[in-house]
Design a binder for this molecule. Structure first.
Ligand SMILES: Nc1nc2c(ncn2[C@H]2C[C@H](O)[C@@H](COP(=O)(O)OP(=O)(O)OP(=O)(O)O)O2)c(=O)[nH]1
Length: 241
């Protein structure tokens, strides 16, 4: 059995590794903006669940193609060097045993001031986000989709979303300038991290902290159980040491 993380997120990989799981990483080629554009007034939960499902399904489809020995190169991003520099991602060709594969896809967004937002992308957008966040609170939603395949055929799937309330401090002008200058807040949902430099500006969370970082361990444990996988079986030698 192999757990495949369908994500380029170093944060998600770090959470799983710290929790005893060494997943294979296969980055999905999902165009999130294009997919969101096809949705009609999705709720925040529908948004992150749809995106998480799309990421998991895109990677799962590659295993289906590999299992039938067909090469569907139309939608498999060119990953000829077999690694994605962002996270050292594998190509599915690197995964020797595809008899029993569990693919996990996630998507995180912050609901704040009546908007649901992802990664700011620029310092200007991140600064604007912090004007809404400072001294207040938002809800960090992380959608999760788990797909289990045996010999390339989907045999089970499970989905869920975790919502965690995050209470923000009020960084000074100098602190915010410095934080934005690091670049960290530009590449993470909600323009903050709980486990990085952003932690200086988070007063607290109500709910699951791992979900804020990018993947909820307790929810993923339940979703794995729904597809017949006990999380302890994924701990490898950690379970016996
Ligand atoms: N280290 C850390 N990262 C965070 C935190 N909050 C959000 N993030 C990251 C996790 C994800 O990498 C990113 C949310 O964007 P997405 O859910 O679209 O994932 P991303 O595009 O990174 O990768 P993916 O789409 O799964 O391939 O923000 C946090 O508190 N700590």
């Amino acid at each position: 059995m192999r757990l495949v993380l369908a994500s380029a997120s170093p944060a998600r990989l770090a959470v799983l590794r710290a929790a005893g799981v060494e997943p294979d990483v296969v980055v999905s080629g999902v165009d999130e903006d294009a997919l969101v554009a096809t949705l009609t007034d999705p709720t925040p939960t529908e948004l992150v669940t749809t995106l998480a499902r799309a990421k998991a399904d895109e990677v799962a489809s590659r295993f289906a193609a590999a299992a039938t020995n067909t090469t569907n190169t139309t939608n498999i991003p060119d990953n000829t060097d077999n690694t994605d520099t962002r996270t050292g991602a594998d190509d599915i060709a690197d995964i020797d045993d595809i008899a029993d594969i569990i693919v996990v896809g996630c998507d995180s967004m912050l609901s704040i001031a009546g908007q649901v937002v992802g990664k700011p992308g620029t310092a200007e957008v991140a600064r604007t986000r912090w004007k809404d966040m400072a001294g207040g609170e938002g809800e960090l939603l992380t959608g999760h989709a788990v797909v289990r395949l045996r010999d390339g055929a989907v045999v089970a799937r499970a989905e869920g979303t975790r919502v965690t309330t995050v209470r923000f401090s009020t960084p000074s002008g100098e602190e915010l300038d410095a934080y934005l200058a690091t670049g960290e807040p530009l590449a993470v949902a909600g323009a903050f991290t709980l486990d990085g430099l952003g932690g200086w500006f988070v007063e607290g969370v109500d709910g699951d902290p791992s979900s804020v970082v990018g993947i909820s361990l307790p929810l993923t444990r339940r979703l794995l159980a729904e597809v017949g996988v006990g999380v302890v079986s994924l701990w490898g030698d950690r379970a016996t040491s």
